[in-house]
Design a protein around this ligand. Structure first.
Ligand SMILES: Cc1cc2nc3c(=O)[nH]c(=O)nc-3n(C[C@H](O)[C@H](O)[C@H](O)COP(=O)(O)OP(=O)(O)OC[C@H]3O[C@@H](n4cnc5c(N)ncnc54)[C@H](O)[C@@H]3O)c2cc1C
Length: 302
């Protein structure tokens, strides 16, 4: 219930305006968000890559409503790629297609995505296309497949809570597309997604095994110790070397586990969000864990 409630709040624009105006709210969001500006985010990327992590930068923003906003987001991502190349950082970008204009026009979004993928390809970087709610997988996967025909610098995300994901995974593997596997962060009806956590977890493990056995380099994105343990066990069972895949975790979540995995020789990439549009992202993180809500309530009271 708590999860559903916070995912509902994530879409409430009035609450967003109110919360973002509260002194202290920004400071609380900083637990999960690396700052509002690119220099702040780059400082975090430098610090984390300096201690053996890989990184991917997310310039927060989604469901933009105007061509100008979509163009500005694409230009910002261009600048991020430029900075990554200039400093030769082990960092890619994570983009949401609704931020590049998918809700406005598929052609507009395609043009923006192409610009970023071409640029990433030239400089040996990588564009990961985040997966949004279940209104978007068809269009998202079609655009990725189109780009993938001529570029290797693009990858997809699969959400284990969707019934359709196994079919999608098999299609992506035929196109030799790299996949980030996660559980899924949106509020989905039982017609499209497993309502029970146990079923999501079982599907996550099933998809993880398919991905790791594929011979391609994939990313396992979770903070769940059981999923991580089972991934390590399966990789070892099939003799997949530790650099044959990577774990991914969110900035500010389970830093202890991130450190442990690096010490054990695994690759760990940190998903680093930054920017002024932190509200929906922040609400999704609260939805994932009641302890985070208590932390925020205490902060607001103080
Ligand atoms: C790198 C990355 C990229 C992602 N990209 C997408 C995407 O494109 N689309 C999408 O829908 N979702 C995405 N997600 C979010 C994902 O779908 C889940 O909502 C999120 O990762 C929580 O699921 P979990 O696997 O960590 O396990 P859960 O089942 O939520 O939690 C299991 C355990 O993990 C630990 N844990 C989980 N969350 C937290 C937390 N916030 N703080 C402290 N401990 C925690 C706790 O021990 C908890 O008991 C991404 C996640 C990561 C890590």
């Amino acid at each position: 219930m708590l999860r559903t409630f916070f995912l509902y709040l994530a879409r409430q624009r009035r609450l967003e305006r109110w919360l973002m105006g509260l002194p202290g709210a920004r400071r609380l969001a900083r637990q999960f968000v690396a700052g509002e500006t690119l220099p702040e985010a780059m400082a975090v990327v430098r610090q984390l890559t300096g201690v053996g992590r890989l990184a991917t930068l997310d310039h927060l923003g989604e469901n933009v409503g105007t061509v100008e906003q979509a163009r500005a987001a694409t230009e910002d991502y261009g600048k991020i790629l430029e900075q990554i190349a200039r400093e030769r950082l082990r960092c890619g970008i994570s983009v949401k297609l609704t931020q590049l204009g998918l809700d406005i026009s598929e052609d507009l979004c395609r043009a923006h995505l192409r610009l970023l993928v071409e640029r990433a390809q030239q400089q040996g970087s990588f564009v990961r296309v985040d997966m949004e709610s279940s209104a978007y997988p068809d269009r998202t996967l079609a655009l990725i497949a189109e780009m993938r025909q001529s570029h290797s610098s693009i990858g997809a995300v699969m959400q284990a809570y969707l019934y359709r994901s196994e079919q999608d995974v098999r299609r992506l593997l035929k196109q030799e597309t790299k996949v980030r596997l996660c559980k899924g962060a949106y509020n989905e009806p039982p017609t499209v997604a497993y309502p029970q956590k146990a079923d999501v977890d079982a599907n996550f493990l099933r998809l993880m095994r398919i991905l790791l056995s594929s011979g391609l380099y994939h990313s396992i994105a979770t903070h769940d110790p059981r999923m991580i343990e089972e991934t390590c066990r399966y990789a070892s069972e099939i003799s997949l070397p530790k650099d044959g895949f990577e774990f991914q975790m969110l900035y500010g979540v389970r830093r202890d586990l991130q450190q442990q995995l690096v010490e054990q020789g695994y690759r760990v990439r940190i998903y680093i969000p930054f920017g002024k549009e932190w509200f929906p992202y922040f609400m999704r993180r609260l939805a994932e864990r009641p302890a985070n809500v208590l932390f925020v309530l205490k902060g607001l009271v103080h």
